[in-house]
Design a protein around this ligand. Structure first.
Ligand code: NDP
Ligand code: 2IT
Length: 453
């Protein structure tokens, strides 16, 4: 798809010129600008005059800081921390923290940029932000994780608050890390500001269903998308990349919906069990032992394990009806997309953020393979984070069923918004365009209402 408006072309050129070393950020911006162009054209003069797209693609603030900490050998280590406060028009900045050695400014900016649109789709009052560090939690002791989290929070606490910016988890940040971060925040501030972080433990202000929310929400969205195309999930097979928080609870809900999950992975390789994966074993390995997916063979020796050793990750060679990329960005490139299409995939649901390259996503749409886009399909996590904030403000909590019902309704609404926007702009099965158009309209209107900020 090429741009036809002078204004969108100019903005995209400028972003490319200004950030040549930020490929992930450029990719995310390019996808949004190309798909929202029809809406931009309708109000081009107004957007141009108010530099709406220039403001939309420039973060309000980027914070980057040193994180020194002491390892178990007494050696001082230094990492880099970030918080990108991208757009606070709809509410306080909201978005996760990622701890992974690949973290850099480009990845932080792409994630924060996407979060602005995702959060708009939830319909809840949250702006978009993201943060994290190049710290690698793998192989670290609990003591090292705590030492790092405390040092990270010593700096981050200057920039967050329940009405300012509310971090949560992402890759490498789960309940354990949020606990250490919250403890340090509380200690420094000497105040119990429960709503400053989400994904907290249930015993100290966390919400039921937050742990499950991204994966469950993904499957609620998938069900709606498939229903709208007269396809039933029952008895379909699925492969799920990753075996972390999103992958595990996508698998759990998929199984509850009658789907047979036959493969899951981590960055080393995948397990394949044609009889269906035993999720209890995966939970034990990943949530309790923090082990590798290969360890699955110790409990279930008769399954296949394939190491990743080529451009296409091993899991994507397995034939299935449904593919749920739930690991990381750009997992599925064009070669991988073609392989999946050859294998007869019906639908792809993006649990991870930007797991498909632009070429791969366009290829799926051209081939009539249904694609549930990340900004919409994985919004259940942040939506439930916003429900956690509501409960913290009320100093109250809801039951599992109450939160789950709210989550389900939010995901149904998000699907309907994507579908309606896609229809309105004449691209009926392009839910990426639908998601971006619906979210853009909301953020743009609010930005204009708030003046030149
Ligand atoms: P976790 O840390 O719990 O799990 C990440 C999983 O992805 C692990 O299995 C990990 O394998 C795999 N993975 C990570 N990086 C790579 C890589 N470079 N190559 C191959 N595999 C990799 O993270 P989450 O489940 O929370 O997050 C997964 C995705 O979902 C991310 O894209 C995240 O941004 C997105 N997301 C998360 C939400 C949440 O609420 N947590 C909400 C919305 C989106 P290994 O152990 O080998 O590294
Ligand atoms: O990418 C995401 O939406 C998340 N990691 C969840 C963010 C949140 O604030 O719950």
């Amino acid at each position: 798809m090429s741009l036809t408006s002078e204004y969108t072309k100019k903005v995209l050129d400028e972003v490319q010129y200004n950030h040549p070393n930020e490929p992930e950020f450029l990719q995310a911006v390019k996808e949004v600008i190309t798909t929202i162009e029809p809406a931009v054209k309708q109000e081009e003069e107004r957007y141009k005059k108010t530099a709406l797209l220039e403001r939309l693609t420039e973060p309000e603030r980027i914070i980057s800081f040193r994180v020194p900490w002491v390892d178990d050998n007494g050696q001082v280590q230094v990492n880099r921390g970030y918080r990108v406060q991208f757009n606070g028009t709809l509410g306080p900045y909201k978005g996760g923290l990622r701890f992974h050695p690949t973290v850099n400014q480009s990845i932080m900016k792409f994630l924060a940029f996407e979060q602005v649109f995702k959060n708009a789709l939830t319909g809840l009052p949250i702006g978009g932000g993201k943060g994290g560090s190049d710290f690698d939690p793998k192989g670290k002791s609990d003591n090292e994780i705590m030492s790092f989290c405390q040092s990270f929070m010593n700096e981050l606490q200057k920039h967050i608050g329940q009405d300012i910016d509310i971090p949560a988890g992402d890759i490498g940040v789960g309940g354990r890390e949020i606990g250490f971060l919250f403890g340090q925040f509380r200690r420094i501030r000497n105040s119990y500001e429960a709503g400053v972080l989400t994904g907290k433990g249930i015993e100290y202000g966390g919400s039921l269903v937050r742990k499950e929310a991204t994966g469950y929400g993904l499957m609620y969205f998938m069900r709606e998308m498939l229903n709208a195309n007269n396809i039933n999930l029952q008895n379909k097979t699925a492969i799920i990349s990753g075996s972390g928080n999103v992958a595990i609870y996508a698998a759990e809900k998929a199984m509850q919906m009658g789907v047979k999950v036959i493969a899951m992975s981590d960055s080393n390789g995948c397990i394949y069990d044609n009889n269906g994966i035993n999720l209890d074993v995966i939970k034990k390995i990943k949530e309790v032992e923090r082990g590798r997916i290969k360890d699955y063979l110790q409990s279930c020796p008769n399954v296949q394990y394939y190491e990743n050793n080529s451009e296409i990750q091993a899991i994507y060679n397995i034939k299935a009806d449904i593919v749920l990329p739930c690991a990381t960005q750009n997992d599925i490139n064009i070669e991988c997309a073609k392989r999946l299409a050859e294998n007869g995939v019906i639908a792809v649901g993006e649990g991870a953020n930007m797991p498909c390259t632009i070429e791969a996503a366009n290829y799926f749409i051209e081939q009539g393979i249904l694609l549930a886009p990340a900004k919409a399909a994985n919004a259940g996590g942040v939506a439930t984070s916003a429900l956690e904030m509501s409960q913290n403000s009320m100093r109250y909590f809801w039951s599992f069923e109450e939160v789950d019902n709210k989550l389900e309704n939010i995901m149904i609404n998000i699907f309907n918004m994507c579908q309606q926007a896609a229809q309105k702009y004449n691209c009926p099965k392009n839910y990426i365009a639908g998601a971006n158009l619906a979210a853009f309209k909301k953020v743009a209107d609010a930005m204009i209402a708030q003046g030149i900020i």
